[in-house]
Ligand binder design. Structure first.
Ligand code: ISJ
Length: 167
C-alpha cells in the first residue's frame, strides 16, 4: 500500500510582507545619502505618481483592489520620506555622521522597483488575510514585533507608517 504523508498547509502570515516593508525602509537610507550629495529634494511628486499609476494597473492584473494597493504604496512612499527627512536632519546637525558616498539615485530606484514587484506578489498572498478580522490584526502583531525589533527609533517610526494600512 502507498504511504500517506499528511502535510499541514502553510500558515499565511505577514512575515514576508513586513520583511519587505523593512527592506524598502532601509533603502531610504541610501536614497537620503544620494540626495544629501545631489541636493535633490526628498519629495518627487512625478516619480510618486508614476509608481502609484503603475501599481494600480498591476493590481488589476493580479486581481487585487487597485485603490487599496495604491494606499499601501502611498504608505511605503511616506515611510521612505520619514527616513529621508530624519536622516537629512540628523546629518545637518551631525556632519560627522554623513556617509562618505552618495549612491546613484537611478540605481537605487531600480532596487525600489524590484521591491515593488516583490511587494505586489506578497500582497496577492495576503489578500484574504488582510480582510479577515481579528485575524489580520493578530497576524500583523505576530509579524511586526520581530520585524521592528532590530530597528532604531527613526526606522521604527517609518515602519509604523508602512504597516498601518495592512489591516
Ligand atoms: C525614494 C525617493 O524619495 C521619495 C519617495 C519615493 C518612494 O518611496 O518611492 C518616491 C519619490 C520621492 O518622493 C525617490 O526620490 O526615489
Amino acid at each position: 500500500s502507498e504511504a500517506t504523508v499528511a502535510v499541514a498547509p502553510a500558515r499565511v502570515g505577514f512575515a514576508e510582507l513586513t520583511e519587505l516593508v523593512v527592506r524598502r525602509i532601509e533603502v531610504g537610507d541610501r536614497v537620503a545619502a544620494s540626495k544629501y550629495f545631489s541636493g535633490r529634494p526628498v519629495d518627487d511628486p512625478v516619480r510618486e505618481q508614476q509608481i502609484l499609476t503603475a501599481v494600480r494597473a498591476e493590481a488589476i492584473e493580479l486581481g487585487i483592489d487597485p485603490e487599496e494597493t495604491a494606499d499601501f504604496f502611498r504608505a511605503q512612499i511616506e515611510a521612505s520620506k520619514v527616513v529621508q527627512r530624519g536622516l537629512l536632519k540628523r546629518w545637518a546637525a551631525h556632519p560627522d555622521e554623513v556617509p562618505t558616498t552618495g549612491p546613484d539615485l537611478d540605481a537605487v530606484r531600480r532596487e525600489l522597483d524590484q521591491l515593488t514587484t516583490d511587494l505586489l506578489a506578497e500582497l496577492v498572498v495576503v489578500d484574504q488575510l488582510r480582510n479577515a478580522r481579528p485575524h489580520c490584526q493578530i497576524e500583523l502583531l505576530l509579524a511586526t514585533i520581530p520585524a521592528a525589533a532590530p530597528l532604531d527609533r527613526l526606522h521604527r517610526k517609518a515602519f509604523k507608517v508602512g504597516t498601518e494600512t495592512i489591516c
